[in-house]
Design a protein around this ligand. Structure first.
Ligand SMILES: Nc1ncnc2c1ncn2[C@@H]1O[C@H](COP(=O)(O)OP(=O)(O)OP(=O)(O)O)[C@@H](O)[C@H]1O
Length: 309
């Protein structure tokens, strides 16, 4: 059974903005990145998965359930970390997370235990009796994550969990999310406009742009080999370029690399022979892989940060 499946999912807001347009996808359990520039439709997607927004047309299934008709059951099995700050500043973290556990139906004692446990998982155990208002941004993000985890969900939906964090805080949050996915066996959908950071911790990616699906697939399927070989020699790059061109190949320079289209199965041997004849120290000869950022490479997307890729 798919973790999430949609069929021609479309959401048009009352003002006429179509935030999701004819989206058909299916993803398996794991850590899944939902990436797209600001305004691409990520938050709308998350809220639709939770049953908080009703699709204009099309279908959606989460853990095999229809959030439109079984919203409560979906929300009992799914944890949600919203994007914006929504924490009560004058409440103690342990109390707040206990309260959220009670809201999801856990008895008082179990709720208290689960809250401590969730705060421990996110690294706030020692600080759990402090008021949330005195927490740093990173700690507040962790409280939001703890309340999403507290009822032991099968799936976590995290909307921009690294928002407002400095690089070290972002790294720590991503490591934590990855641990939740791998060690606790909870599937995670993590929304971000930071493609590079999200790609590092995910098994699969859903890439959307202007409400339309660019691709939903496993990361390794998005980074298959290209038909270009990359060569790096410690010295003699220009000499090698000329020699390869003289042998009928079409090398081009890219930084310290020479890129050669893979014409046929002899191309490898021809390159190796040429390097050996010129007696150049070969550092690297391998097939180039596609990069996930190429998904968004057709036009400039100022708000989609792919620079970490
Ligand atoms: N309640 C609403 N009413 C009308 N339009 C909306 C509403 N919420 C979102 N939109 C519009 O729908 C589109 C998708 O917004 P959404 O918030 O889902 O994108 P996003 O990818 O999550 O972006 P961000 O990272 O900026 O939150 C945008 O054009 C946005 O302006």
């Amino acid at each position: 059974m798919s973790l999430i499946a949609t069929q021609s999912l479309t959401k048009t807001y009352p003002g006429g903005v179509t935030a999701l347009a004819d989206l058909t996808l299916s993803v398996e359990p794991g850590v899944i990145g939902l990436v797209g520039a600001n305004g691409a439709g990520k938050s709308t997607m998350i809220k639709t998965l939770l049953g908080l927004l009703t699709p204009t047309s099309g279908q959606v299934r989460v853990l095999g359930l229809d959030p439109v008709t079984a919203g409560e059951e979906v929300r009992s099995r799914v944890g949600y970390m919203p994007e914006h700050d929504c924490l009560p500043p004058d409440m103690i973290a342990a109390e707040f997370v206990t309260h959220m556990a009670r809201m999801s139906g856990l008895p008082r004692t179990v709720a208290r235990e689960r809250a401590s446990e969730a705060l421990r998982h996110v690294g706030l155990y020692e600080e759990r009796y402090r008021q949330i208002g005195g927490y740093s941004t990173g700690m507040k993000q962790r409280v939001k994550l703890a309340q999403a985890l507290v009822h032991d969900p099968n799936l976590l939906l995290l909307d921009e969990p690294t928002n407002g964090l400095d690089p070290a805080g972002r790294d720590a949050m991503l490591t934590l999310i990855h641990r939740i996915g791998t060690e606790f066996g909870i599937s995670v959908v993590v929304c971000s406009h930071l493609l590079g950071e999200i790609e590092r911790i995910c098994d699969s990616l859903i890439a959307i742009e202007g409400g339309r699906l660019l691709r939903a697939d496993r990361i390794e399927a998005m980074t298959t080999g290209t038909d270009v070989l990359a060569i790096e020699v410690a010295e003699g790059t220009a000499e090698l370029l000329a020699a390869l061109a003289a042998r009928g190949l079409a090398p081009r320079e890219e930084g310290r690399l020479l890129l050669v289209p893979l014409a046929d199965e002899d191309t490898y041997d021809l390159i190796l022979r040429t390097v050996a004849e010129l007696d150049l120290p070969l550092h690297r000869l391998d097939q180039r892989r596609h990069r996930v950022a190429e998904l968004f490479a057709t036009a400039p997307r100022p708000s989609l940060e792919a620079s970490h890729v």
